[in-house]
Design a protein around this ligand. Structure first.
Ligand code: ATP
Ligand code: MG
Length: 656
């Protein structure tokens, strides 16, 4: 039954703040109820100790949190567990060996089905081989692979052996790979011969050779383990390189998992670098897995053995780590893993996959939702999407217009949407509605989850007041949480400077994001604080102006920046992409768009310039690189473009 939206008029008289309560049907079956909040408030440590019981502990912990060495937390420190055992073995031991763990869908249309027993043999073999080549607990392994089952198995094999994996997104260049390998001093690189991208095999092993071979070979790398995926020709270095099918596949599929300390390092993941040199974010085992499992269970209302779950992220991002590998597998999920892009061979691909596997939980990024909007609703409308029962987003603030489209076109008005705020650094979801409890407002991530304590504060660390228009502040986390980062690899000073110095006195973690509280106490994340503009002394967030533009029927996507302006300090400059089929009427359209922003936010927020463009510069994780747009708008030399999908986009904007 579709949920009814309750309309509350916004500033411009529009239903900006309509709320969407969960349906009675959903509430009746939800994993989480309002009592979770009260339990967590009563005794946070006891609450997390309780959540940790979702896992199997080889040696139970007696201590929950040790914050004496702040800002480095220890959670469950005297307990021992094996992360891979928790994600695979125990489900097989509990009698679910035949349950499908992964419905894998290759880009060219080939498929594989792995049950939990299959996954256990694959992980055990990989663990046996990694042991055979002499890797020891604590050693680092770089994983540079497309979305094939062996990539997931490799991560789990590392976890099983206490090796620290560092997954590098397979879309990154050889030089990006090299700097990450060197920083972590990885001994092994696991890769594939190539990867399919829009129907064509693209080289991957050759990039590894570019990265670590040649005149200055990477000193730390001893071996390169290669999975055959595309069958293309590859360079080969005898003695260093080995094929997966000639080594891993030949070892025994039995392996006994050994327990490690809860604080044993699990993985390093380098942030995407939208704000500077990538940082190797360090995560450990027991606390991370506890929060991964807890959030996946409650935020996605996941029912093992019933739901078919699909997170469309890549394992190269933290979302792929926590919500493809560790969260869902620890909860015995049956999930879809898709190798390719959403428009391969055409724009129907995601909808076909949802239909084919009966996907019930779908988790994606706002950028993809806006892309689907641009492609038009005829595409999703051509498919049976009735299996869906819950939708999620992550990565950026979602524009209310995109939220409503997602709700209606994907969810037929029936599915709760969880807008989840978190970061590589937080390890797992921090702010999100609880489906079955929260009345959602499109565009708001709503409230910190039970067990998570956060505030929005001003320059003097005072909490901002509810509902005031100027109540923009800094989003901070004021209590340690289980999945929090334990440092930046090799640079503890940078860890302290980056996250703990702004509110050092209070001991708050500053996330780098701005947010505001509305009159009901709902959290609206406004994006990075550097993305908040100052127009004649008024603080306006780029996200709000972008949402106003996307709210106009002609606009599919927009990026807004503050450019230096002699009179107003900063002036708003907008770049917009039109929806498919909309005609660019030039000045008429531009003045229409300016009027729409004035209507929605106020005349002060009217962009000085609006450029209609075909593309926007995005990182490979789909985020808009606003700093490059600022460079363009202010006629500066471009900053680092190495993580852009297509650097040519900025050049063509500059031309305009
Ligand atoms: P880098 O830190 O290298 O610049 P990044 O911050 O984009 O890159 P991630 O850790 O993947 O790397 O992304 C976390 C950031 O994404 C958050 O700090 C926030 O700005 C944004 N974000 C994630 N989810 C949401 C959400 N639901 N609503 C608003 N913003 C979000
Ligand atoms: Mg960040």
């Amino acid at each position: 039954m579709p949920t009814e939206a309750t309309e509350k008029p916004g500033k411009a008289g529009k239903a900006l703040h309509s709320t969407y309560p969960p349906s009675a049907e959903f509430v009746a079956q939800a994993n989480g109820g309002p009592d979770l909040y009260s339990e967590a408030d009563k005794d946070r440590d006891a609450f997390w100790a309780q959540q940790a019981q979702r896992l199997h502990w080889h040696k139970p912990f007696t201590e929950v949190l040790d914050w004496s060495d702040a800002p480095v937390a220890k959670w469950f420190a005297d307990g021992k567990l094996n992360v891979a055992y928790n994600c695979v073995d125990r489900h097989v031991e509990d009698g679910y060996g035949d349950q499908v763990a992964i419905h894998w869908e290759g880009e060219p249309g080939d498929t594989r089905t792995l049950t939990y027993s299959d996954l256990l043999s694959l992980v055990s073999k990989a663990a046996n081989y990694l042991t055979e080549i002499g890797l020891q607990p604590g050693d680092r392994v770089a994983i540079y692979m497309p979305m094939v089952p062996e990539a997931i198995a490799s991560m789990l094999a590392c976890a099983r052996l206490g090796l620290t994996h560092s997954v590098v997104f397979a879309g990154f260049s050889a030089s990006a790979l090299r700097s990450r390998i060197d920083d972590a001093e990885a001994k092994l690189v696991i890769t594939t011969d190539g990867q399919f991208r829009r129907g064509k095999p693209a080289p991957l092993k050759a990039s590894v050779d570019d990265a670590i071979g040649g005149e200055s070979p990477a000193p730390s790398v001893q071996n390169v383990l290669v999975v055959r995926r595309t069958g293309q020709e590859i360079p080969w270095q005898e003695g260093r390189d080995v094929w997966w099918h000639e080594t891993v596949e030949r070892t025994s599929d039995k392996h006994e998992a050994e327990a490690f300390d809860a604080e044993h390092p699990l993985f390093l993941l380098y942030t995407s670098g939208t704000t500077g040199k990538p940082k190797g974010i360090l995560h450990t085992s027991g606390g991370y897995l506890t929060q991964a499992s807890y959030t996946h269970n409650y935020v996605f209302d996941h029912k093992p053995g019933k739901d078919v779950y699909w997170c469309t992220a890549d394992i190269g991002w933290v979302t792929g780590h926590t919500y493809i590998v560790y969260g869902p597998l620890s909860n015995r999920a049956t999930q879809v893993v898709y190798e390719g892009t959403p428009n391969s061979p055409n724009e129907h691909r995601h909808f076909e996959v949802i239909e084919k596997y009966g996907v019930s939980i779908y988790y994606t990024a706002p950028t993809l939702i806006r892309t689907f909007m641009k492609w038009g609703r005829e595409i999703p409308d051509a498919h049976d999407l009735t299996s869906l029962r819950l939708l999620g987003t992550v990565g950026e603030p979602i524009n209310p217009e995109a939220w409503r489209w997602y709700h209606e076109v994907f969810g037929a008005g029936r599915c709760p949407i969880v807008d989840t705020w978190w970061q590589t650094e937080t390890g797992a979801i921090m702010i999100s509605p609880l489906p079955g409890v929260t009345e959602c407002k499109p565009g708001s991530a709503m409230a910190p989850l039970p067990g998570i304590s956060m505030q929005i504060i001003d320059d003097d660390a005072k909490p901002v007041k509810l509902g005031e228009t100027e109540a923009n502040g800094y989003l901070v986390i004021d209590k340690p949480w289980p999945a929090m980062l334990r440092g930046i690899w090799g640079d503890m000073q940078r860890f302290k400077d980056t996250y703990w110095s702004r509110f050092a006195e209070q001991g708050y973690y500053f996330a780098g994001d701005g947010a505001k509280l509305d009159e009901d106490g709902a959290v609206w994340v406004l994006g990075r604080v550097d993305d908040v503009m100052n127009i004649s002394g008024h603080r306006i967030s780029t996200a709000e102006v972008e949402s106003a533009l996307v709210g106009h029927a002609a606009v599919a996507e927009s990026a807004v920046i503050g450019a230096t302006d002699a009179t107003t300090g900063q002036a708003i400059v907008a770049f917009v992409i039109l929806r498919q089929g909309v005609e660019n009427t030039g000045d008429a359209l531009v003045s229409d768009l300016r009027a729409a922003v004035a209507q929605d936010i106020g005349p002060i927020a009217k962009p000085r310039d609006i450029y209609i463009v075909p593309e926007l510069p995005k990182t490979r994780s789909g985020k808009i690189m606003r700093r490059l747009l600022r460079d363009v708008a202010e006629g500066r030399q471009l900053g680092d473009t190495s993580t852009l999908v297509d650097p040519a986009v900025v050049e063509s904007l500059r031309g305009q």
